[in-house]
Design a protein around this ligand. Structure first.
Ligand SMILES: Nc1ncnc2c1ncn2[C@@H]1O[C@H](COP(=O)(O)OP(=O)(O)O)[C@@H](O)[C@H]1O
Ligand SMILES: [Mg+2]
Length: 253
């Protein structure tokens, strides 16, 4: 299992894959948000998922972490079919999901937010070590441990989300627009944290508007359009494609 190596999509079961979506259809009631989605993320691989607003990126993230059950198709995590399993089984199998938007408990302190996650994953005995780990990763959270999470800046809230997710020691992290609305320095910090995870062998599914950051981090890129992947290629290919688009003059010649 080469860490970080781009994995070719395979037919049939791939036990080395962190995640496989096979012919997935999913939606909300009668509304269909995803159509015929096939996606494999190898162990340790980083995949960027890009697409316009409403393309279905968040819906795909929810399917991949068991929050939305597909109406058709299957979801395989580390070789195990979890299609109809509840979300906690995904978490136990090593899938962590940093959801879109503000996902901290605003009226609890930083420390209480961390304690909730750590307690759930590691039990009471793991609390001290878990908190130390979180504060080592994000010292600013240590400085603000008694502050209400709702009064943190957007960037700090995102750090808290990351810290809560990382106590899980996930095999796959799904990061949904972690850098949205952050100042450039915070975006950089966020990407450094993701890069560190990558280097430690965690597979990543990175949903991102800042395409250049995502390309620098990831092995492969998936473009989602109206609920279905319309292009999958290496980051290198995506970069070339993007440059062609960016550097061609607005008027044709
Ligand atoms: N909870 C929901 N209930 C109903 N429709 C939803 C819900 N969440 C998303 N949708 C719809 O599903 C489609 C895909 O949304 P989403 O997955 O959030 O896209 P993206 O993250 O790419 O912006 C959109 O048309 C959106 O309105
Ligand atoms: Mg979204």
């Amino acid at each position: 299992m080469g860490l970080g190596g781009a994995a070719p999509a395979k037919n049939g079961a791939d036990v080395s894959a962190a995640l496989e979506l096979r012919r997935v259809y999913a939606g909300y009631g009668p509304f269909r948000a995803l159509f015929d989605v096939n996606l494999t993320i190898a162990a340790g691989e980083a995949v960027a998922l890009v697409g316009s607003n409403g393309a279905g990126k968040t819906s795909l993230a929810r399917v991949a972490s068991g929050l939305v059950t597909p109406s058709e198709g299957s979801v395989v995590v580390n070789g195990r079919d979890l299609t109809r399993a509840p979300a906690y089984r995904y978490a136990r199998a090593g899938v962590a999901h940093a959801p879109e938007g503000r996902s901290v408990f605003a009226t609890l302190t930083v420390e209480e937010n961390l304690e909730l996650s750590i307690h759930r994953i590691r039990g009471r005995k793991g609390l001290k070590a878990g908190l130390e780990q979180a504060y080592a990763l994000y010292p600013i959270l240590g400085e603000r441990r008694q502050q209400l999470a709702g009064t943190l800046s957007g960037g700090e809230q995102r750090m808290l989300t990351m810290a809560r997710v990382l106590v899980d020691a996930p095999r796959l992290l799904i990061a949904d627009e972690l850098s949205l609305g952050l100042a450039p320095l915070m975006v950089q910090h966020t990407y450094e944290a993701l890069q560190q995870l990558r280097q430690s062998g965690v597979a990543l599914l990175v949903i991102e508007q800042h395409v250049t950051h995502a390309l620098a981090l990831c092995d492969r890129v998936v473009i989602l359009d109206r609920g279905t992947p319309t292009w999958i290629g290496s980051s290198e290919q995506a970069r070339t494609r993007l440059q062609t688009v960016l550097h061609s003059p607005p008027t044709s010649n």
